[in-house]
Every structure is written in structure tokens, then in C-alpha cells.
Design a binder for this molecule. Structure first.
Ligand SMILES: Nc1ncnc2c1ncn2[C@@H]1O[C@H](COP(=O)(O)OP(=O)(O)OP(=O)(O)O)[C@@H](O)[C@H]1O
Ligand SMILES: [Mg+2]
Length: 390
């Protein structure tokens, strides 16, 4: 990652709750863990030595069980909680060293926040609620209202400007919360369990909305969730927290393919891995099954039932049923090739989309890159193995 891509960087951040955090820090340095420190001193380790960077324009999800430190982490970003040690930089500027006044300014201009239960002012209209943060920032009324209208349109609430919160459904109220954060055009959007209180249909609608907003606006979003399905759906990268530590950071595929420990693995057991894995994550290339076309009759490997015929650039020409192929009749090349419907599977084809293809083909499914070059194959047994492993 180049430095310019980093929008938020977290270095050696610790947060210990209690009257004497220095003592707890000494114990941590001496190798004590969260449980031992709590048992012996009553101090709670909220975040333990966090180190990572969030890139411009990504949705970075922080996931973990209740009490693992997610909310503490996000509150450290805007310094609603002061770190016990370590530093946090936003766009290269150290926010852990800011004065109160500078901090207010950064929060106002750079950060938008959406929480689970978003407190709308009951006596204010939707428009006024959306413009609320801007008023504090000292922006003129005309400008506030025009920005608020625009933000409401972005979250699908155009036409509801003059409604009052009690006239809105829970999902709509949450959209107002999102619009309020967007009206400020923040550098990063911090969302702590922002959709967790919504019922499933509305929730998935909001997830789609967020993905669309991010795609259109390239916003940097830090999204806290304890829900693996939600994390996989919206996260470009996911950080997994366990007992105050960030135990792993990666793309959904990386976490599924190489979980760092049992805790991470358990999260994904609940999840239908076929929706996230791509054909390219599973395909394997057996060189013995590949024959190169060189103008003459190809030399096939007679020990395997099917051979994959490629040209000099690696492009897949055909799949040949070995038994039907007559090697010495080079003039009739092509007649013996296994004829079939062409249903190319590419390395970025989601696994669940190729389940039907794999079931229908008699040979391992060839997996191509976008130029048509053969990258590997997926047999039914490899597929089953992969899906049962997770
Ligand atoms: N102000 C506080 N004082 C003392 N302990 C705290 C405080 N805030 C959080 N903690 C403790 O820090 C740990 C992390 O809490 P945090 O709220 O960050 O968890 P979380 O991952 O957000 O959980 P949830 O999914 O339930 O929201 C917990 O053990 C919690 O009890
Ligand atoms: Mg929380």
C-alpha cells in the first residue's frame, strides 16, 4: 500500500479502562493477557496493540463478538475515548495530539458518525434533523438546507423533508441518520452497528444503499458489525477483533481461505462460503492434463480421461475425451474432440454460480482468466472438499 492511499493509520494503540492504566500497561508488556489483568487488577483491556491502516475509498469492516473492543476502537478514532498509548493519524495528521479545539474541527469536517440508535430530534423536521450538524458548524441556513436536501436524496428520502421522525419507519429514521452524516461530506464515515437494529429486509436494503453510495462517491467507510454475513457483503477488507486484539485483517476471500485461528474460522463456518469464494480461489492446474497444440496432433496423457488443449498463448481450445481421440489421424483433428456447450467459468466467477455447471459437466470445469487462458480446473470432488472444509 502506498502512503498516499492510507487515510487512517493506527499505530500501537492500547486502551485500558480503570484508575491506573499505567500499571496495567506494565503488566501487558510483561506478557499478561486481558483476563489475567482483569482478575488481578479489575482493569479492562479494551484495545490491545492495534496496528493497521484504512485505505482511501474502501469499506473497512471491524468484526468481532460482543465485548471484543469494536466500539472502543471506533471511539478511539474520533477520540471520544483517549488512547492509553499509541498514535492515530488521519490524512497524515496526528489526531491523538490535537488540542480540543482542533479536535472539534477535525470531527466536524472530516468525520461522519452513524450509530445503532440514532437520536433524531422529535420536534425537528427531517430536513432540520439532517442539517443539524451543519448548524453547529456555522453554515448559512440556505446552504445547510440545500446540502441536507442533497443528502436526503442520496439515501432515497427525497420528498420526506417536511415529515417528522415519528412519521418514519425505523429504517427511514436510520436513513436520516446516514443523511446527516453525509451532509457534512466527511473524509471518513464511522458506522457502529448502524444497521443492527433494523429488521432483515430493511437491513439488506440499507446495505445495498451503502454499497451504492460507496461505489458512486468512493467514500471511506469504517463499518462495525458483529454479523459475518453483513461484513462479507459490504466489506472490502475485514478486521477481526478478539479480546481487544485485531487477530486478522484481510479480504473476505483471504479470511475464508486462510483463517488465522479457530476464532476466525468459527465465524465463517456459519457462512455459506460458496457465495464468497471465486472459482480462481479453488481451481488447481494439473500440468499433466494440459496439451499444447503445435500444428501436429497433440500428445495426450492417456492416463487421464480428459485432456485440456491449449494454443501457444495458453488459450483453451478444447477439452478432449482421451478415449475417443485417435492420435494418428491428424487430418481429422477436431472430429474427435468432445463437443459440448461452451459455458466459460472465469477466475472471478463466484463459486455458487458454477455449482450447476460443475454438476452438469463430465470433466473438471476449466477456469479461465479474462483473456481465455486456462488457469486451472475444478473437479466435483475438489469443489465438495473445499465447501466442506469451511
Ligand atoms: N467506559 C468503559 N469502562 C470500562 N470498561 C469498558 C468501557 N467501555 C468498554 N469497556 C470494556 O471494554 C471491552 C470492549 O468493549 P466494546 O464496547 O468496545 O465492545 P464491542 O466489541 O463494541 O461489543 P458490542 O458488540 O457488545 O458492542 C469490554 O470488555 C467492555 O466491558
Ligand atoms: Mg459495540
Amino acid at each position: 500500500m502506498s502512503h498516499a492511499d492510507e487515510i487512517l493509520s493506527v499505530r500501537n494503540i492500547f486502551k485500558v479502562f480503570g484508575p491506573n492504566p499505567d500499571m496495567a500497561m506494565d503488566m501487558l508488556r510483561g506478557g499478561a493477557d486481558k483476563d489475567e489483568i482483569f482478575r488481578k487488577t479489575g482493569h479492562v483491556v479494551g484495545v490491545f496493540d492495534a496496528n493497521f491502516s484504512v485505505k482511501r475509498g474502501e469499506i473497512f469492516v471491524i468484526m468481532g463478538l460482543s465485548g471484543s473492543g469494536k466500539s472502543t476502537m471506533v471511539r478511539l478514532f474520533n477520540r471520544l475515548i483517549e488512547p492509553t498509548s499509541g498514535s492515530i493519524h488521519l490524512k497524515g495528521r496526528e489526531i491523538t495530539g490535537l488540542s480540543d479545539k482542533e479536535l472539534l474541527d477535525v470531527r466536524r469536517k472530516e468525520m461522519g458518525m452513524v450509530f445503532q440508535s440514532f437520536a433524531l430530534m422529535p420536534h425537528m423536521s427531517v430536513l432540520e434533523n439532517t442539517a443539524f450538524g451543519l448548524e453547529i458548524a456555522g453554515i448559512s441556513e440556505a446552504e445547510r438546507h440545500s446540502r441536507a436536501r442533497e443528502a436526503l436524496a442520496q439515501v432515497g428520502l427525497a420528498g420526506h423533508e417536511h415529515s417528522y421522525p415519528h412519521q418514519l419507519s425505523g429504517g427511514m429514521q436510520q436513513r436520516v441518520g446516514l443523511a446527516r452524516a453525509l451532509a457534512n461530506d466527511p473524509t471518513i464515515l464511522l458506522m457502529d452497528e448502524a444497521f443492527s437494529a433494523l429488521d432483515p429486509l430493511i437491513r439488506s436494503e440499507m446495505q445495498e444503499e451503502l454499497i451504492r453510495l460507496q461505489t458512486e462517491q468512493q467514500r471511506t467507510i469504517i463499518f462495525i458489525s458483529h454479523d459475518i454475513e453483513e461484513a462479507m457483503r459490504i466489506g472490502h477488507r475485514i478486521a477481526i477483533m478478539q479480546g481487544g486484539r485485531v487477530v486478522q485483517i484481510g479480504t473476505p476471500q483471504e479470511l475464508i481461505n486462510r483463517p488465522a485461528n479457530d476464532y476466525v474460522r468459527t465465524f465463517f463456518k456459519a457462512f455459506d462460503s460458496s457465495r464468497v469464494l471465486k472459482a480462481g480461489d479453488v481451481a488447481m492446474l494439473d500440468p499433466d492434463s494440459v496439451s499444447k497444440m503445435n500444428g501436429k496432433a497433440p500428445e495426450l496423457n492417456k492416463d487421464i480421461p480428459y485432456n485440456y488443449l491449449i494454443d501457444e498463448h495458453g488459450l483453451l481450445l478444447d477439452v478432449i475425451k482421451t478415449r475417443d481421440f485417435v492420435a494418428d489421424s491428424s487430418d481429422s483433428l477436431g472430429k474427435h474432440y468432445h463437443t459440448r456447450e461452451k459455458q466459460p467459468v472465469y477466475i472471478d466467477t463466484p463459486l455458487h454460480e458454477m455449482l450447476g455447471i460443475a454438476a452438469a459437466l463430465p470433466y473438471p470445469v476449466p477456469v479461465l482468466d479474462r483473456t481465455g487462458a486456462l488457469k486451472g480446473t475444478i473437479s466435483q470432488s475438489l469443489l465438495l472438499q473445499t465447501l466442506s472444509r469451511v
